[in-house]
Each structure stands twice: as C-alpha cells, then as structure tokens.
Design a protein around this ligand. Structure first.
Ligand code: SAH
Length: 259
C-alpha cells in the first residue's frame, strides 16, 4: 500500500511540473501501481490462509493444544524463513531445504517439540541448531530469553539478520558447536536440540536447570531417530520417548564421542 501511495505521488508531481505528459500515461501508471498493490496484498492473504490451514489440519488437527504454541505459529510468517522458490510450500506438512544441505523442520514437529518443553513466559531457553531461525522465533514468542547456536557460519549470519529484521530482541544467535552449550547464560529452563545425535551432549545436561526439560532426536543420525524428552530430577535425567522423527545430523564434537 505504501508503494502505491508513493508511486501515485511521484507521477502526480511530475505531471504538474511537465505538462506535456499525457493523461493516458498518467492513468497507465496509476493503474499499474494499483495492480501492484492488489497483487501484493493478495499474496499476503494467501500466506495467511495457508498458515491458518496449517494450524487447523497439521497442528491442532494432530493434537497439539498448547495455546501459546498455536498463537506463536499462527503469528509467525514461516514463508519468510525459506528461500523465495520455496515460499509457496512453506506451510506444507514437510521439512524444506534452507541451503547448506540443511532443512527447516516440518511445522508439526516444531509444534510438538515446543509443546513438550512446557515453556513459561519467564523461561530462558537454549536451542542447538538455529538453521533458518524459525524454531527460535517460535520459542521467543513464548519464553523470555532464547539463546540459539548454529555451527554453520552462513546460516548463523543469515538467521541472525532475519530475526533482527523481524524485531526479535530476546534472541541471541551464536556461531559455534552447540555440543558445549552456552555456559555464560546457563542454567536453562529448557534445551531443544534440532539436529540428531547418538547421545545427549553432557555439557547440555549440566547446563539444564533442576526440573528443566531437554528435547532431542536421539539415535542413528543417518536414518530415523526417537524424539526423546529428558527431565532433570535430582540431578538425573528422566527419559520419555515421543516417537520417530528424521532430522539432519548434529555435526562437530558429537560425532567424535560415543556414548
Ligand atoms: N531449528 C532449525 C532447523 C534445524 S536443521 C529451524 O527452525 O530452521 C539443523 C541445524 O543444526 C542445521 O542448521 C545444522 O547446521 C545445525 N547443526 C548441526 N550440528 C550442530 C552443532 N554441533 N551445533 C550447532 N548447530 C548444529
């Protein structure tokens, strides 16, 4: 709409200054601007509609009921977290490429993992595997502080820029190996690992608060993993298995150590 107003203004001014511009050209420019404004807003409506459909069929429809998760995912423009060529598929029921051979997780998996963390508005959360930054944005809508680590420099930079542009002041992105967590901001109320590993990195267990929850796709990093929820009780982890998932592997230190 802004674009429309600006264009119209510019044309009117020049037509005032240079009387020889024919009225037909003026009308043509006005119509063109109007067309831009109309197609622009209908694309926005189309994404909004797709987002509502995603919430109804893939999130609520599959049993996710946490109001805060639903509100966050209804609000966040997921299509902004993928490349232009994938925008139209951003709300579909599957992961999508985000470059560097990595993926943005399927919406349902994002919802399921976030709900399992049972976040409170005052919580401080650590995410390992920033990727596109979408999961970090979902967390930031619910919790008060989000710290997210990405091992690939290009992805870390790209998502940091996007999250800033979108106005998230409660997210900090770091380019590093998430295996070691983020000691400076520990302990965390919740930790989410969005890449698969064959064991839970011990530094993450250490940086989890007593009573805190950690979720991670655990198992073979090549094929499928078990979404595993660990709750810290009296210093020990209570484990709950939540079903099969397929994540891209966690790289770095985790591959050198077996447990
Ligand atoms: N949460 C992301 C998707 C994660 S894809 C989103 O919402 O888009 C998994 C990400 O984990 C990839 O970007 C990958 O580069 C990153 N990753 C893999 N191993 C890592 C490690 N050791 N530390 C931090 N990030 C890692």
């Amino acid at each position: 709409m802004k674009f429309f107003a600006y264009k119209k203004d510019a044309v009117l001014q020049s037509s005032r200054g240079k009387r020889e511009i024919p009225i037909v050209s003026l009308l043509f420019f006005v119509m063109l601007s109007f067309l831009f404004a109309v197609t622009g807003s209908s694309a926005t409506d189309e994404f909004k509609l797709k987002r509502q459909e995603m919430i109804e069929s893939d999130i609520r429809g599959r049993g996710v009921s946490d109001r805060r998760v639903i509100d966050a995912m209804s609000k966040i423009e997921r299509h902004l977290f993928v490349d232009k060529v994938f925008m139209k598929r951003a709300y579909a029921d599957h992961p999508l490429p985000i470059g560097e051979d990595q993926t943005i997780s399927q919406p349902y998996v994002v919802a399921l993992m976030t709900e399992a963390l049972k976040l409170k508005p005052t919580d401080r959360v650590l995410e390992i595997g920033t990727g596109s930054g979408y999961q970090a944005a979902v967390l930031a809508e619910i919790a008060s502080e989000v710290y997210t680590i990405e091992i690939r420099k290009k992805l870390a930079g790209k998502s940091e820029t996007l999250l800033k542009k979108l106005g998230y002041k409660n997210i900090e992105v770091k380019h590093a190996d998430g295996y070691y967590g983020w000691e400076e901001h520990a302990p965390f109320d919740a930790i989410i690992v969005t890449a698969s590993a064959n064991h839970i990195p011990p530094p993450l267990i250490k940086q989890l608060k007593e009573g805190g929850r950690l979720i991670i796709p655990l198992g073979s990093t090549v094929y499928f993993q078990t979404l595993t929820l660990a709750t810290k009780k009296m210093g020990e982890l209570e484990i709950e298995q939540m079903g099969g998932v397929a994540f891209v592997p966690m790289t770095g230190e985790v591959t050198k150590r077996k447990k």
